[in-house]
Every structure is written in C-alpha cells, then in structure tokens.
Write a protein that binds this ligand. Structure first.
Ligand code: K1U
Ligand code: ZN
Length: 172
C-alpha cells in the first residue's frame, strides 16, 4: 500500500472518461488499497482512481464520522440507477481543487449499483453526504468536476487561480 500524489487542476487528466474494469485482479485490489490510503491521508471522504492518475472506473469512499470505526467502500464500475426529484445543497470540496469549497445542488437521494472487490454486484440507496459524495465521485469517472456546476464567472476564477499556481510551480 502506498500514498500516491494527487492529480491537481488544471491537469487535463481530470477531464478523461475512465475505462470500465473487466475483472477484479490483484492489480485492481492493490489500486483500491492505494486509493484508500491516499484518501485517508489527504484526508477526504471520497477518491476516484483518476485523481491518482489511473483512468479506470473505481471509487473509494468513507463517510463515517471521525469518532466512529472506519467504513471503507470500494466501488467498481459504479452507476446511478435512480435519483430523487428533491434536491439538496451541500458545500463540496475536491482533493484535486485544494482549499476551494462551493455550494452545489444535486439530487437529495440516489440509488447506485456497483461491483465490489469480491466481484459481486450490489445496489444500494444513499442520502445525506453519501448521496452527494457518490454523485461527485461518479462525475470524476466521466471527466466532470464540481466547478462545472458553478457560474462561468466562478469557474473561470478558479481555473485562472490554479493555472497561475501550476505555472509558478513549473518555474520554481
Ligand atoms: O473526490 C474528491 O475530490 C474527494 C472529496 C469528496 C467530496 C467532499 C464533499 C462533498 C462531496 C464530495 C473530498 O473528500 S474533499 C474533503 C472533504 O470534504 C473532507 C475531508 C475531511 C473530512 C471531511 C470532509
Ligand atoms: Zn473531487
């Protein structure tokens, strides 16, 4: 297991559409371990494989409270199969857009289907932070970022800030 460097905006990898996983191999299990370790270290409540540079459809999540026991989830090829009409606004962050938080409106409740590391297909309902997080993570698999839901003005401001930071870093 190892902590991997995070892919940060404006890296164009974040816009890739990730490939489905055909089979749970040892390599996929190792990737899941690395993603969980990277997510807990960040810390974050979710991580998509592309955020550590791997364009495959795998997500890790853990929305348990800090005082509770860890509840790691590994989702392979996750899909949203139902969304509620009711919406909910949540202040989202993204490990690929550090220290930037904005309110995003999404469906309040969702049903999602995925394969686990045993190769079993599972369908589960979610509300609260889990519902927000699974939608945010599945967006990553499709090259979508939470800033895409903001006004063009806000998105342009964030892009400019992170492009400048990347230039400074490259020149340093
Ligand atoms: O995908 C990511 O970039 C991870 C992201 C997930 C997420 C957070 C909030 C709403 C929707 C999706 C994060 O985990 S950002 C960090 C964060 O929110 C957090 C970190 C530590 C404790 C609690 C939350
Ligand atoms: Zn994110």
């Amino acid at each position: 297991m190892s902590i991997k460097p995070l892919v940060i905006l404006p890296d164009s990898k974040l816009r890739l559409i990730s490939e489905p996983i055909k089979e749970v191999t040892g390599e996929i299990r190792r990737l899941a371990d690395d993603m969980l370790e990277t997510m807990y270290d960040a810390p974050g409540v979710g991580l998509a494989a592309i955020q550590i540079g791997m364009p495959v459809r795998m997500v890790t999540m853990d929305v348990s409270k800090s005082e509770e026991e860890r509840q790691p989830l590994v989702l392979i090829n996750p899909e949203i199969t139902w969304v509620s009409e009711e919406k909910r606004v949540y202040e989202e962050g993204c490990l690929s857009i550090p220290e930037y938080y904005e309110e995003v409106e999404r469906p309040d409740r969702v049903r999602f289907r995925f394969m686990n590391l045993k190769g079993e297909t599972i369908e589960q309902d979610a509300d609260g932070l889990l519902a927000t997080c699974v939608q945010h993570e599945i967006d990553h698999l499709n090259g979508v970022l939470f800033i895409d839901y903001l006004s063009k003005l806000k998105r342009d401001r964030v892009m400019t800030k992170f492009k400048k930071a990347a230039k400074r870093e490259a020149g340093a």
